[in-house]
Each structure stands twice: as C-alpha cells, then as structure tokens.
Design a protein around this ligand. Structure first.
Ligand code: CMP
Length: 141
C-alpha cells in the first residue's frame, strides 16, 4: 500500500446544511485518515488560486462568488489511492448525474452548489493542499 494524500473541501452549502458530520463519518468509515482539517472563509485570492483552471469560463465569477460566500471545511485526507477513492466517493460534478451512494448523488442537485470538492489528480492535490496548509503536509505519491 502506498499512502497518498488528497485535498477535500466541504463547500458553503454543505456547511450550511449541517452535512459536515455526515461527510466526515463517510470518510472515516471508508478507512481514510484525516491528516489535518480547518474551517475558514476563503478570500478571493485563495478562490482564484483554487479555481485557476476555470478562469474565463462562463461560470467562473459565479463560482468564485459562491465559494467565498460562507465557511468551508478543508481537509488533507490520506489513504491507499486516496485521490481516486475520494473522486469515486464524491460522485460526478453534476449531482444530477452522480450515482446514489455517492456524496453528491445523495445530497445535491445543483452543479454549482454540489456540497464537496476533491482533487482530481495527485498533482492537483499537491497544489490545492499548498493553498490551505503548510508545506510539510504536501507529501504525495
Ligand atoms: P469542483 O469539483 O469544486 O470544481 C470546479 C467547480 O465548478 C465544480 O466543482 C462545480 O461546482 C463548478 N462548475 C463546473 N461546471 C459548472 C457549470 N457549468 N456551471 C456552474 N458551475 C460549474
């Protein structure tokens, strides 16, 4: 087993709807470890770094405005193949396509307010962890 780290964030709609406990419970029951966790309200600068690849897209301003609108819960999660395991657990970006049993499949309907974010590659995990956590947490496969 090669322990891998990924970045996971419960978005403002997930926090407002009191889904923090439910989501953390699912991650822990799966056998993943929470290496670090913090609750914060993102600045515009942090949001621009997190969503750099979406700059210029039609939904970009809406995305940045929404993600900075309330508290988020950021986590560094570790486990065997954590990046792909988390992507499967959160489900498709559009919750209408997400399978029942996934977090988005069970708790969301809106593409912009889709409860949770998880890094889509080990490289992105490194970058995203660095936005919110100190360097020593960035160890990755
Ligand atoms: P996330 O996985 O956090 O990464 C980028 C986010 O952009 C994505 O979740 C969605 O919430 C959002 N997003 C992607 N496509 C659209 C879209 N067409 N309209 C609105 N939001 C979108």
């Amino acid at each position: 087993m090669v322990a891998q780290r990924t970045f996971v964030m419960i978005k403002p709609d997930g926090v407002k709807r009191h889904l923090i406990g439910e989501i953390i419970s699912r991650l822990e029951k799966k056998g993943l470890n929470i290496v670090s966790m913090k609750m914060l309200k993102m600045s515009r600068e942090m949001a621009e770094r997190l969503y750099e690849e979406h700059k210029g897209k039609s939904f970009y301003e809406e995305l940045v405005s929404y993600i900075t609108s309330g508290q988020v819960v950021c986590m560094v999660i570790e486990g065997d193949e954590a990046v792909s395991v988390l992507r499967k657990m959160i489900g498709s970006t559009d919750p209408k396509d997400a399978m029942p049993g996934t977090i988005r499949g069970d708790f969301a309907l809106s593409k912009s307010e889709n409860v949770i974010h998880a890094s889509d590659s080990p490289e992105k995990a490194l970058k995203e962890i660095s936005i919110f956590f100190s360097e020593e947490l960035q160890i990755n496969a």
